[in-house]
Design a protein around this ligand. Sequence first.
Ligand code: ASP
Length: 434
Amino acid sequence: MGSVVCKFGGSSVADADQIKKIGSIIRSDTNRRFIVVSAPGKRHKDDQKITDLLYLCHELAAQGLDISEPFHIVRERYLEIACGLKNSLDMQALLKKVEQRIISGASMDYVASRGEHLCALLLADYLGAAFIDAAEVIKFLNNSRVDDITYTLLKERLGEEGLYVIPGFYGSTEKNEIRTFSRGGSDITGAIVAKAVSAKVYENWTDVSGFLMSDPRIVSNPKPMREVTYREIRELAYMGANVFHEEAIFPVHGLNIPINIRNTNSPDDPGTMIVDKRDTGGGIVVGIVGKTNFSLIFIEKLLMNRELGFGRRLFEILESHGISFEHAPSGIDTMSVIVRDDQLKGKKRVLIEDLKKILNADRVEIENGFALITTVGEGMAYRPGIAARLFTALAEVNVNIRIIDQGSSEINIIVGVEAKDYERALNAIYQAFC
Ligand code: ASP
């Protein structure tokens, strides 16, 4: 039996009771030997995350301002957890040291990393596990990429037996300066550890039982997603299905290490398995997700199709205005580009002028108020009738489709509809496939 890497997110370490749940999860399976933790997150909607408070402390200290108020909240939080766990660590002294380092000008990454560092110390003590400081094993190159030496170091330190706790989110540079990943980066640490120990599975414990097949705010009671491939997750994440840090897929992709998204508050739920390949017999479509606030830039020019370099010039203009685009469905004499509304802020008028002038276009228009819905599933590729089913579902609820785009991998179909039709359309597609 291979080993299991378990990463516990901020809500799973938010207080002593949550950490006790981790204890029973770990004890219930002896293969769960490598534990990666986040910093304590929110206990309720209006609570504060330790990492946010630490960033605030750093910002205040950098301006020579008093950090006692936010640091007091940090201190109380850790002391409360330590007390609830009957910890044997001298938490007061550890916190004092961190406070002093912040005041004396420690780097932002160092300050932020202390959230995970202290949390891992507490958890290791509670579980009777060995604590491994991520600064000693997760190494960054100068360009912020993870150095391959990381895997050798991890293998050396993580033995054949025993239980280990490693703080997530940070590592160190060649000069031993602390460096963090982007926010939510403990997921990446977990994936790196999973690769290093060739884990049987990488369990990512959070506060939901995996992914749902659609947005529960719009579709009532969407079904849970049991199995999904890395490629499908990428497509879904693009539309905001973000339970998991996107970059965390890369270390384990192609190694046959599935990622299992699990719920600390409901440990018996199987959660969602993210795998390299799935049997599409289990479902053609895995998810239907969408987003509003898109605009359509429409350009018409007679004989456009014969004009060499037209597309290049169009995208150069967008680039010169710092606009990144999402999709670009085109016709014979027309091209349209879909962009997020925020990309056009304050730029619309000049952009239209430039497009007309440089492209010598007959017509340039920008229309906003669009929603995009993507239907994702490896099972859709090379299978006739899927698009027909999708379009029929929309026709039946009287939704007009303004944009159609299918990725060349054929694992997604994106439709653009007017924002007013968004919820109706999402529900209709969900009912047609799930
Ligand atoms: N604590 C960090 C954050 O809040 C990293 C993590 O939780 O993964 O972003």
